[in-house]
Design a protein around this ligand. Structure first.
Ligand code: MRU
Length: 338
């Protein structure tokens, strides 16, 4: 399944699938400047932790290519990276990708390389970030598929699939590989209020790929799990602390608690670019708050709209990474793959 989520356009800019219009329309838009890429990321036209890192890196390379040679300075790079990095605060993949780009640019600028050399290197570095994500998704998919029994029904939340990454996805990557291997897996996709990524995006991409999917509203999850209909839950992640605490889309923590109450395994799938070993625990993970208009409350009501929550490591059965499935104690198993 290749929905052309992101690509280079003919003029060296970035073309992306506008995910706010799915599932009704698959419209591609171009971002040629830093401001256009920031807008696309903030508005969730481009979304999902690995994909926003890839998009920001490509956007930086594309915008650098359009500058006059004398304008491609360390100051410009520092400023563009700071602005792109501030577009969304929770997914560490954004910072991870931009740090890689920063290293490439500053080293070349420091040794006096000319602008075309820097531009070529930035494009190659962005492409490598994308290629690495494709490989990490595949590895996660293969490790995760082992955890999915024949004929299983798997619950997922939000969208951690091809639409959220450069490859086959993380949580959905495991499902795609299980499907490829003939495991006859079925998916229950939680709606994911308020922006409905589970209902709009996960059900769209699974349907395109021929994987049977049932969409439910978020408030049906407890009942569906309690009925014994779910064999395991797997979600993506936006940032994982050194102790295994996991930030992911709001509602993930509730599913993890339900999974514990009903003895259903709860897995998280993420590449190494999602780990933030500088943070000892999830307490320090910045949680994005989004606008009141997403919730649709009555005018005059206060609205609190956190986009992510943190699931304590103790609720996580295993973390599926591109280096295999990690088990508790996570301090040790996470440190071992870095
Ligand atoms: O706000 P979004 O749609 O960017 O949130 C996405 C998620 O929470 C995903 O589960 C996460 O980024 C992992 S994507 C492989």
């Amino acid at each position: 399944m290749n929905p052309r989520v992101i690509e280079w356009n003919d003029s060296g800019g970035v073309r992306y699938l506008d995910q706010t219009l799915l599932p009704h329309e698959a419209v591609h838009c171009d971002a040629d400047t830093i401001d256009e890429m920031i807008e696309a990321i903030k508005a969730l036209r481009v979304r999902g932790a690995p994909l926003i890192g890839i998009a920001a890196a490509m956007g930086l390379a594309a915008a650098a290519a359009k500058l006059e040679s004398q304008d491609l300075t360390k100051q410009w790079i520092d400023d563009a990276i700071a602005r792109l990095g501030a577009a969304r605060p929770t997914a560490v993949n954004l910072i991870w990708a931009l740090d890689r780009m920063h290293e490439v640019a500053t080293e070349l600028l420091a040794n006096g390389s000319d602008a075309p050399t820097v531009v070529n290197a930035l494009r190659a570095a962005a492409q490598k970030i994308w290629d690495d994500d494709v490989a990490m998704c595949r590895a996660i998919g293969e490790a995760g598929a082992e955890l999915i029994p024949q004929g299983a029904t798997v619950m997922t939340h939000c969208n951690a699939g091809a639409l959220a990454t450069g490859g086959i996805g993380t949580a959905l990557g495991a499902i795609y590989v299980a499907h490829e291997r003939g495991k006859q897996v079925k998916v229950v996709s939680c709606e994911t209020r308020p922006l409905r990524q589970g209902a709009r995006l996960t059900s769209w991409e699974l349907t395109q790929a021929g994987v049977p999917v049932t969409a439910i509203v978020d408030s049906a999850a407890a009942w569906v799990i309690a009925r014994g209909d779910i064999n395991l839950i797997v979600t993506g992640a936006d940032r994982i602390a050194a102790n295994g605490d996991v930030a992911n889309k709001i509602g993930t923590y509730g599913l993890a608690v339900l999974a514990r109450a009903h003895e259903v395994p709860f897995y998280v799938a993420a590449p190494r670019s999602t780990f933030d070993l500088a943070l000892a625990s999830g307490d320090a993970i910045p949680i994005e708050e989004r606008g009141a208009e997403e919730v649709g409350a009555a005018p005059g009501a206060k609205v609190y709209n956190p986009a992510f929550d943190v699931t304590p490591a103790e609720y996580v059965t295993g973390i599926v990474t591109d280096r295999g499935v990690l088990r508790p104690p996570y301090e040790k198993s996470i440190a071992a793959i870095f």
